[in-house]
Design a protein around this ligand. Structure first.
Ligand code: FES
Ligand code: FES
Length: 153
């Protein structure tokens, strides 16, 4: 039995230690907001936070999570950075098909939580691993700048 804290709740899952966190989240816990894209760490669709930092859940065996680490999925985001990013996404109508967007949003929240005035280069670096097949990149960049402005206000 593996115990983890996810979206503020203690959960126990009866899975092998090498099971990717993505399968635990989606299949064991039924939280399907985190998406399966490539499965090999290349697309960012599966991005969740571990202790506030974005990680690729498809490349994170659940048994490697340190005791006491806090996992947050798109279902559990909260706080100022999350609200600023969600508001900016709505305001600028970022989403096209939506498939990549929970991963994009998780990366964007981690960025603006730690950097309230990200440059284009900062945004490129933070969002580099999140691929959007609909090519919403310009709107994502604008929304991150909008969210960062909200964080500075
Ligand atoms: S599904 Fe994890 S990076 Fe693509
Ligand atoms: S909005 Fe369609 S893949 Fe990004």
């Amino acid at each position: 039995m593996i115990r983890l804290t996810i979206n503020g709740q203690e959960r126990a899952v009866d899975v092998p230690e090498d099971m990717p966190l993505l399968w635990v989240v989606r299949d064991e816990l039924g939280m399907t907001g985190t998406k399966f894209g490539c499965g090999v760490g290349q697309c960012g669709a599966c991005t969740v936070h571990v202790d506030g930092a974005p990680v690729r859940a498809c490349q994170t065996p659940v048994g490697t999570l340190a005791a006491g680490s806090r996992v947050t999925t798109i279902e559990g985001i909260s706080g100022k950075a999350a609200e600023a990013v969600q508001a900016a996404w709505r305001k600028l109508d970022v989403v096209q098909c939506g498939y990549c967007q929970s991963g994009q949003i998780m990366s964007a929240i981690a960025l603006v939580a730690g950097n309230r005035n990200p440059s284009d280069a900062d945004i490129d670096a933070a969002m580099d691993g999140n691929v959007c097949r609909c090519a919403t990149y310009q709107r994502i960049r604008a929304a991150i700048k909008d969210a960062a402005q909200t964080m500075r206000a």
